[in-house]
Ligand binder design. Structure first.
Ligand SMILES: Nc1ncnc2c1ncn2[C@@H]1O[C@H](COP(=O)(O)OP(=O)(O)OP(=O)(O)O)[C@@H](O)[C@H]1O
Length: 693
């Protein structure tokens, strides 16, 4: 079905089947057949032994089946366990068939996490069960000694912080946010993970005091919206997280939150019955802003001349403050009236227009510079809407449409209020990095109508297309989280990827970079991109349409993620101007006939760029070049096995064949890369990615 789609142009985006659709067994690799596996997926095949009866030698497939039996009691997640779990895009395996990565995000799991199932996959490096509805306690995970990333956020797990997790010393990323976990954190947790880079415990019911995390590796910590109490320890690392990381814990106090601690009040202030002689400074009490503690404050004796002077000054200050307050109220009322008038005409000014933002400083910290999008439907639409519908629409998201059935995490107004920084101007518009409420970082793409085909901007088509793109969820794709459209405004909101682009990694900032990336990194990146692309082609049957090194971004674990996924429809009718090197010969003139095989060509060019460290080769140069000699001449690193290098060159050569029909499918490319990678596992483990991190 995938290759049959090759003959069609891309404009219409078919509905995306659920992420968890059964992956058919891999097609023969490197053989003559290039046909992709058929859809719709087959019925689920599960051999489900009850967990208690699992043999100590149970296979990864049996352990996964036992997990799913409890986690997905209605068996709506189709998984080809009768074949091999390793063939499913949610799973990565080592050469000997051990599961090393399992990512079942947003998969509708609504049961429990059974003990002695996944915890026996001892080679697991990454486990993500994010955004499901799993409930009950998190089981003993202590056997997962190799685990580096554990993502259980957005479920309904209850019970205490799992003590077994605290024993997993290799963990770098832990995300337990948005569950129902409670109780105090285990003692010593602040030193339990020497390489910790990412820890989210927010939106749970944890209590007790906060540990003093201070490992320099820690880049993100969030414990907000729990019931922690007492002072936030003042370590350099915790201080740099900012107050938002600790917000929503009413009993937390200390310097980081600018909230004085109760204990320190007792040091400075004298409560009733305390015979201390020094009078407390009034302004310190006010600075606490902490009502109940005012009882602790003894006011100055009103009968002394000094205190009368103080009271007079205080009265003047109060009058001045009240005057200022009234003035501010008047000003607000005037602004509100002005906005009320504007509201009747939906505004098209949201993020600053490229021209305007170029005139402004590149980094805008002034929220008013971002303008204000009126999120109220125009009069005609509003008149047709029931009042409840109007209210629901505004309440739900402030007119942002959140993708993949995910709930609204912020409103349009919050997005508009965010401080924003222009990152660059690409083929479809301007890209901003926005920081919402001082903590959540997102990427906002403001589409430029002048660069986009009129048909793509038609409201219904746009919504349909973005809806399909927004359903793509894969660890090697940058997720589109939300989109917005008004009359002349189109915004796309993406996850922020913190580690730059592959383009910068290959050609970029390191001035000493005269040689290509480490071989192990090349293989890992190639596999990551292959996984993302195979998913796009198979799970959604869409076309990426713009594969290039600047559209591969590095995530928090330096995993490679494709971005700008499937936005080619926006440029469908426009002329092709740049990035010609990645463009397949059949697409040189127009975007109209982009097919999965166009993506494969671009992937081949990218593979050559990756392993050679040189700019992408133009088609005319490519056909006149002996690729084996070319790559070997620029790669002289000792660790690389010439045979395996030539295997990758062969894969790239197959991808860049002139005839689209003779190029392999994404799935076949992925499997071939994985074979080379598996053959390479005995080699050097150093990599540019780990040495950079
Ligand atoms: N999700 C993201 N996280 C972090 N940085 C991003 C993200 N998306 C884009 N960027 C960065 O923003 C900058 C501008 O990106 P943009 O996509 O607008 O342009 P481009 O990739 O250069 O061109 P094109 O539109 O042709 O792909 C780039 O430096 C890119 O690395």
């Amino acid at each position: 079905a995938g290759d049959a789609a090759s003959s069609h142009s891309q404009p219409t985006l078919p509905a995306v089947p659920p992420v968890q659709a059964v992956r058919p067994p891999p097609a023969a690799v490197g053989g003559g057949s290039h046909s992709q596996p058929s859809f719709p997926p087959r019925a689920p095949v599960r051999a489900v032994p009850p967990p208690a009866k699992l043999a100590s030698t149970a296979t990864p497939g049996a352990l996964l089946a036992a997990f799913l039996a409890k986690a997905d009691p209605s068996a709506h997640l189709r998984f080809p366990l009768a074949v091999s779990p390793c063939s499913h895009p949610a799973v990565s395996c080592s050469a000997d068939g051990q599961i090393t990565r399992l990512v079942l995000e947003s998969s509708g799991l609504n049961g429990t996490f059974a003990p002695a199932t996944l915890s026996r996959l001892v080679e697991l490096r990454v486990l993500s069960l994010k955004s499901n509805a799993l409930h009950g306690p998190i089981p003993d995970l202590s056997p997962l000694e190799n685990l580096k990333a554990l993502f259980l956020a957005g479920n309904r797990f209850s019970g205490p912080f799992p003590a077994s997790v605290a024993s997993l010393r290799r963990l770098r990323s832990i995300d337990l946010a948005g569950n129902r976990l409670s109780g105090a954190l285990p003692p010593g947790i602040e030193v339990a993970f020497p390489h910790l880079t990412f820890l989210r415990l927010d939106a749970n019911h944890f209590n007790g005091s906060l540990p003093a995390w201070n490992q320099s590796s820690l880049k993100l910590l969030n414990v907000s919206y729990n019931n922690f109490s007492g002072p936030v320890p003042v370590t350099p690392v915790m201080a740099q997280m900012g107050a938002a990381a600790f917000a929503g814990n009413p009993e937390l106090c200390g310097e980081v939150l600018r909230r004085e601690c109760r204990g320190s009040h007792l040091l400075f202030f004298h409560g009733p019955g305390n015979n201390g002689s020094a009078a407390p400074p009034v302004q310190s009490a006010a600075a606490t802003g902490d009502g109940p503690q005012r009882d602790d404050i003894s006011l100055p004796d009103s009968s002394t001349p000094r205190s009368r002077k103080l009271r007079r000054r205080a009265a003047i200050a109060v009058a001045a403050t009240a005057g200022a307050f009234v003035a501010v109220l008047l000003l607000c009322a005037m602004i509100a009236m002005k906005r009320g008038k504007k509201r009747r005409r939906p505004s098209s000014a949201a993020y600053p227009s490229p021209k305007k933002s170029a005139a402004m400083s590149e980094v805008s910290r002034d929220n008013t510079d971002l303008g204000y999008v009126e999120c109220v439907p125009d009069e005609e639409t509003a008149a047709m809407m029931m009042p409840e519908e109007k209210a629901r629409r505004l309440e739900r998201s402030g007119c942002l449409t959140f993708c993949a059935g995910e709930g609204a995490s912020y409103s349009l107004e919050q997005l508009m209020r965010a401080s924003a920084e222009v990152l660059g101007r690409g083929s479809v518009g301007t890209t901003y990095k926005a920081v919402l409420d001082g903590r959540l970082v997102v990427i906002v793409k403001r589409l430029d109508a002048a660069k986009i085909g009129a048909a793509a901007l038609e409201a219904e088509a746009f919504e349909q297309n973005m809806d399909a793109v927004g359903r793509l969820r894969h660890p090697n794709l940058v997720s589109l989280r939300a989109f917005f459209q008004a009359k002349e405004e189109r915004l796309l909101v993406y996850d922020y990827q913190p580690n730059g682009s592959l383009y910068s990694l290959i050609h970029g900032s390191r001035s000493s970079r005269a040689k290509p990336l480490h071989w192990t990194s090349c293989l890992k990146i190639a596999e990551d991109i292959g996984q993302g692309l195979a998913y796009i082609h198979q799970a959604s049957r869409l076309v990426h349409g713009n594969i290039k090194s600047s559209n591969v971004l590095l995530g928090s674990d330096f995993e490679a993620c494709l971005t700008d996924n499937c936005l080619a429809f926006l440029l469908e009718s426009s002329e092709v101007k740049d990035d010609a090197a990645y463009r397949a010969p059949e697409n040189m003139k127009s975007n109209r006939r982009l097919t999965p095989k166009s993506d494969i060509y671009a992937f081949g060019i990218l593979l050559l760029e990756l392993i050679s460290g040189k700019p992408p080769l133009q088609h005319s140069v490519l056909v006149a070049t002996n690729l084996q000699t070319y790559v070997q001449s620029v790669r002289d690193d000792e660790g690389v096995d010439v045979e395996r290098l030539s295997m990758i060159v062969d894969i790239a050569s197959a991808c860049v064949r002139s005839s689209p029909e003779s190029r392999p499918t994404a799935w076949q490319v992925l499997k071939m890369i994985q074979e080379v990678k598996e053959a390479d596992t005995a080699g050097d483990n150093d990599s540019d990615l780990t040495s950079n991190s």
